[in-house]
Design a protein around this ligand. Structure first.
Ligand code: C2G
Length: 132
């Protein structure tokens, strides 16, 4: 039986921490589906628009070798529907989300992976803009 893995993220200013979580998520199954968060969801969640638009972020993630399919994540509340709709057997997230998605353990396995240390989109933006 083929195993489908699902993961979610903004993946703005794509960096090696993003790549590693995607590679490690893909290694947990046969097929990887990635939900890329919508611009509107980011504005709501973080109070600012991502540097790269949702179309650009989806294009980058879709081009990665371990990724089989991408879709736009419009709301955090729809996570259960997305898991079911995409037939996911495993939900993978970085451990900054540890415990936050345990409620979905009734429909799939839930795995939290250790974040890659010392790199983040926010730190990169601060470094590039000279505010770090
Ligand atoms: N990540 C990581 N190491 C880093 C930075 C990020 O492993 N140094 C992981 C995060 O833990 C997450 C993924 O990369 O699993 C995407 O990170 P973000 O783009 O910051 O995603 P976020 O805004 O947390 O969106 O439904 C949930 C949201 O869509 C998650």
């Amino acid at each position: 039986m083929s195993r489908t893995v699902i993961t979610f993220g903004t993946f703005d200013v794509f960096h090696v921490g993003h790549l590693r979580v995607i590679e490690r998520a893909a290694a947990l199954g046969d097929r990887l589906v990635v939900g890329v968060s919508a611009d509107a969801l980011n504005i709501k969640k973080k109070g600012r628009a991502p540097v790269f638009s949702e179309g650009e972020r989806m294009e980058i993630v879709a081009a990665l070798k371990p990724v089989d399919a991408v879709f736009r994540e419009d709301s955090l509340e729809q996570k259960r529907d997305y898991i079911i709709e995409h037939g996911a057997d495993v939900l993978v997230m970085g451990d900054d989300w540890e415990g936050k998605f345990d409620e979905f353990k009734d429909v799939c396995d839930v795995v939290y992976l250790t974040r890659t240390p010392a790199i983040s989109t926010t730190a990169l933006i601060e470094k590039i803009s000279g505010t770090a």
